[in-house]
Design a protein around this ligand. Structure first.
Ligand SMILES: CC(C)(COP(=O)(O)OP(=O)(O)OC[C@H]1O[C@@H](n2cnc3c(N)ncnc32)[C@H](O)[C@@H]1OP(=O)(O)O)[C@@H](O)C(=O)NCCC(=O)NCCS
Length: 232
């Protein structure tokens, strides 16, 4: 049994898949969930209590919690996921790296702290995954791809080889990205898109082939520090 005791930051739908994955991996004992939404307090996510909001973090730490996982997913904007990650780190908690037993992660891939590889996902040899990245259910990250910090590769998306995804970018559910494409920081690729050319930072693209829809509303930078992945 692991000696890690984990708090989940964020109690939305993604938290269910995360908790299921942590339990399946036997990665940590789960202390509870923190969420800003007071209507959730006293409820449970898969039997794990939602005990309060971020203000409880000092108490949680004093009770022996030593790591955290971000329980929030996203449909495009990853700033809230970054905020929760930074919060956990600020309290000197270790980011828990979660690799579901039915995810396939090559021993030749590198996965950064706090990243989550969900059931059925594949991260192939030579890929580099930064910190606080979600490779969601059934998504494929081919060889030599580089995913920077706070990226979300949503359910069923497929990245061909040597794709680079910038910090905080979102690749939508079921999207396909052609080999050697560069997706800029904070960019959003719509669900089902086929990306055949580079995507500029903070730009939303969608369709087949993917075309620019608009700019992203919140353009504060994700890139601060080093996103070189290391297996935690
Ligand atoms: C691309 C996306 C970010 C656009 O969101 P939005 O800016 O709110 O866009 P809207 O819903 O206002 O739609 C704007 C236009 O784009 C079209 N559009 C929206 N999403 C589209 C998509 N994925 N593919 C093709 N066209 C799309 C709409 O039909 C609409 O067209 P119209 O102007 O001709 O009527 C969003 O639709 C999307 O696909 N997000 C990803 C969701 C995801 O990955 N979820 C998985 C979580 S695990």
């Amino acid at each position: 049994m692991s000696n890690l005791v984990c708090v989940i930051l964020g109690g939305g739908g993604h938290a269910q898949v995360l908790i299921d994955s942590i339990q399946a991996q036997d990665a940590a004992v789960i202390y509870g969930v923190l969420d800003r939404d007071s209507s959730l307090w006293g409820k449970e996510v898969l039997g794990v209590p939602i005990v309060g909001d971020d203000l409880l973090l000092p108490e949680v730490v004093s009770r022996g919690v030593n790591c955290f996982a971000v329980g929030m997913g996203s449909t495009g904007d990853n700033h809230a996921r970054k905020r929760l990650f930074d919060l956990g780190v600020a309290y000197h908690l270790a980011p828990l790296t979660v690799i579901h037993p039915r995810a396939v992660c090559s021993k030749w891939a590198r996965v950064g702290a706090g990243s989550q590889l969900m059931p059925g996902s594949i991260v192939n040899a030579g890929a580099t995954v930064g910190m606080n990245v979600i490779v969601n259910t059934g998504a494929i990250v081919e060889h030599d791809c580089v995913l920077r910090d706070h990226v979300h590769v949503a359910t069923g998306a497929r990245l061909a080889s040597t794709v680079e995804v910038g910090p905080g970018a979102h690749v939508g559910a079921g999207a396909v990205v052609k080999q050697c494409i560069v997706i800029g920081e904070g960019a959003v690729v719509g669900a089902g898109a086929v990306v055949v050319e580079d995507v500029s930072a903070f730009t939303v693209v969608a369709g087949v082939p993917a075309r620019r829809l608009r700019e992203v509303e919140t353009q504060s930078l994700f890139s601060c520090g080093n996103s070189e992945g290391s297996r935690s």
